[in-house]
Design a binder for this molecule. Structure first.
Ligand code: HMH
Length: 221
């Protein structure tokens, strides 16, 4: 029988908040096909700005892995994530074009500003690798769980949104998230009580910011 890791323990403990982040009304409306396209466009434009800020954060996690990790495999996993961001940014530009959104005119909303500020705090060299990788995993895992839900059997996701859902909902991205989770669990297993506390608080902070991020699209309803 496989012992469950710390991340799984935390997700069970904070189930309501995790469900709030991964089963948000915006996601449920994509899945059942009732999505308001203006809401989707708001999310797309704001997420483009978020992903731009996510690039230096990812690079900072890569640096921490290189400096602090006891296992070289971590660098390869994180490098894969960093490398895929170039394609992701190109995808956002194409997708925005498709929907008639001018990305250079997008103004970040407060929830986005707040979330990007958290990413910036996480980039500080004072933030331990264990805390940073826990945040990195959680950020990716929320999108994986959310969008995978939209392409499950029985979902009524509109055809023009399927590609978006596949970006984060596909199996390869799911495996990447599992690799990140394994790294986080390995580090958390060896962490001090103080580090554990900081990582758990960080997980909750990420989940709260994700809920607020989805909530931005409500401005259009
Ligand atoms: C807000 N969270 C948000 N945007 C994303 N693109 C991801 C997570 C996944 O990278």
């Amino acid at each position: 029988e496989k012992k469950i890791g710390m991340t799984e323990t935390w997700l069970r403990k904070h189930r309501l908040l995790y469900d709030g982040a991964t089963r948000h009304p915006l996601i449920l409306s994509i899945r059942d096909g009732t999505i308001n396209i203006a809401s989707f466009k708001t999310w797309l434009a704001q997420d483009y700005l978020f992903v731009r800020a996510f690039v230096p954060f990812s690079a900072s996690v890569l640096i921490k892995a290189w400096k602090e990790s006891d296992e070289s495999g971590d660098v390869e996993v994180i490098l894969g994530g960093v490398a895929s961001l170039e394609d992701e940014i190109s995808w956002f530009k194409r997708e925005a074009n498709k929907w008639g959104i001018s990305l250079s005119d997008v103004v970040p909303q407060q929830a986005n500003i707040n979330y990007c500020r958290l990413l910036e705090k996480l980039m500080s060299p004072e933030v331990e690798y264990t805390v940073a990788i826990t945040a990195f995993w959680a950020i990716e895992a929320v999108y994986q769980e959310s969008f995978a839900h939209c392409i499950e059997e029985g979902s009524k996701t509109p055809a023009e949104l399927k590609e978006t859902c596949m970006r984060w909902g596909n199996e390869g991205f799911g495996q990447y998230c599992q690799s990140l989770q394994k790294i986080a669990d390995r580090r958390l297993q060896k962490a001090s009580d103080d580090e554990l506390k900081k990582a758990e608080v960080m997980l909750l902070s990420v989940l709260e910011h994700e809920v607020e991020f989805w909530n931005m699209s409500r401005g259009n309803v």
